[in-house]
Design a protein around this ligand. Structure first.
Ligand code: F6P
Length: 360
């Protein structure tokens, strides 16, 4: 197994080098230059961003562009399928999980603007010691929804940036254990029909689309907003018999549609990649639930707080929505572990408040 992982890692580094060469870093003739580039957006933030944070976000975006290219070539280069290893959560790792993780580690370790990193794919934090004054921490799920890779369905990279005191021991977990309210940036890249980067630094949510010609992320939506009401929900219905009573009641009422207390029909969508389900909600509204159930209760839930729930919760709140566990606001949770899991209900404010109210 270790041997298999070593081969995958070696291929990842080769990929990284190849992708750097294949995607031109600068705009070329014909690119839609009237749109704001991500680089300019970082430089023009209404509240100026510290240089190290700008570099951190720029490197993350560049890396997402390279991950997107690696995914697009996956079937051609034998990069689909299992890596033959498991992550800390006991989940099978895909080759592209490992490759994406290594690409982010390599890019940021070289970049030198971070104090440390933590990832879904690594048991322990990854300290960066290039600059002793670095104070940013990057937490990420390098490839969310990776079971979608082999069927050519959307996947994504989710990230959250925290700040710590320079000189903190980032080989330890403690500096990372901050609530979602302490995030200084959060976002995701979605690798679908188009590659898009969605981000907040606390002034709303903006969306950038990767221009394949220039290799630039260009601003395509500014100020994404989630309508308060919706007629669309997302939940893995196969877990229904394991849910708690409040979620049984909430979803039961959605399913009754016009004939029930809600008085309107609801449609259901489930992409099985949080990044894609949240993207739909940020784009056209809806509510997403991965609630507590008897299968995952002993672990605290299904989704990871630090690099899935927190960044998505902040994006959703910044877009006018809400995000709770059913009992408390997600961003208020004081974390106890790097890989802590929580139940998640997020999206249209009125729906999240109703579902949360049923837990009261
Ligand atoms: O990270 C976990 C994840 O892949 C999420 O992206 C997604 O929402 C969920 O698991 C899918 O879970 P299930 O296998 O229950 O559909």
């Amino acid at each position: 197994m270790a041997n298999c992982l070593a081969i995958v890692k070696r291929k990842a580094l080769l990929y990284f080098a190849a992708n750097q060469a294949l995607i031109p870093p600068l705009p070329i003739a014909g690119a839609p230059m009237s749109r704001l580039t991500f680089t300019r957006w970082l430089q023009q933030s209404p509240v100026p961003l510290p240089q190290d944070l700008i570099q951190t976000l720029q490197i993350t975006a560049d890396c997402c562009r390279n991950i997107s290219a690696a995914i697009a070539r996956g079937a051609l280069t034998g990069m689909l399928g299992q890596a033959g290893s498991e992550n800390i959560q006991g989940e099978d790792q895909k080759k592209l999980d490992v490759i994406s993780n290594d690409m982010l580690l390599a890019a940021h370790a070289q970049g030198g603007h971070l104090a440390g990193m933590a990832s879904e794919e690594m048991d322990d934090p990854f300290p960066v010691t290039t600059h002793e004054n670095s104070r940013y921490l990057l937490l990420f799920d390098p490839l969310d929804g990776s079971s979608n890779i082999d069927i050519n369905a959307p996947v994504g990279t989710i990230f959250s940036v925290l700040e710590t005191a320079p000189g903190s021991n980032t080989a330890e977990v403690t500096p990372f254990l901050q609530p979602g309210t302490a995030q200084v940036a959060a976002g995701y890249a979605i690798y679908g029909p188009a590659t898009q980067l969605i981000i907040t630094v606390g002034h709303g949510v903006d969306a950038f689309t990767l221009d394949p010609d220039s290799g630039e992320f260009l601003l395509t939506t500014s100020g994404m907003m989630i309508p308060e009401e919706t007629q669309e929900f997302a939940i893995n219905m196969s877990n229904q018999r394991h849910w708690e009573a409040p979620v049984q009641r909430y979803v039961g009422e959605l399913l009754e549609g016009k004939t029930g207390v809600r008085g309107k029909d609801f449609n259901m969508r489930w992409i099985a990649a949080m990044v894609a389900d949240v993207h739909r909600i940020l784009t056209r509204g809806g509510v997403f639930l991965y609630p507590l159930d008897s299968k995952t209760a002993s672990k605290g839930g299904k989704l990871r707080l630090m690099y899935e729930a927190n960044p998505m919760a902040w994006l959703v709140e910044q877009a006018g929505g809400a995000a709770t566990t059913g009992r408390v606001r997600i961003m208020d949770i004081a974390p106890t572990g790097l890989h802590q899991r929580v139940p998640v209900i997020l999206g249209a404010r009125a729906e999240v408040e109703r579902a949360t109210g049923y837990h009261a």
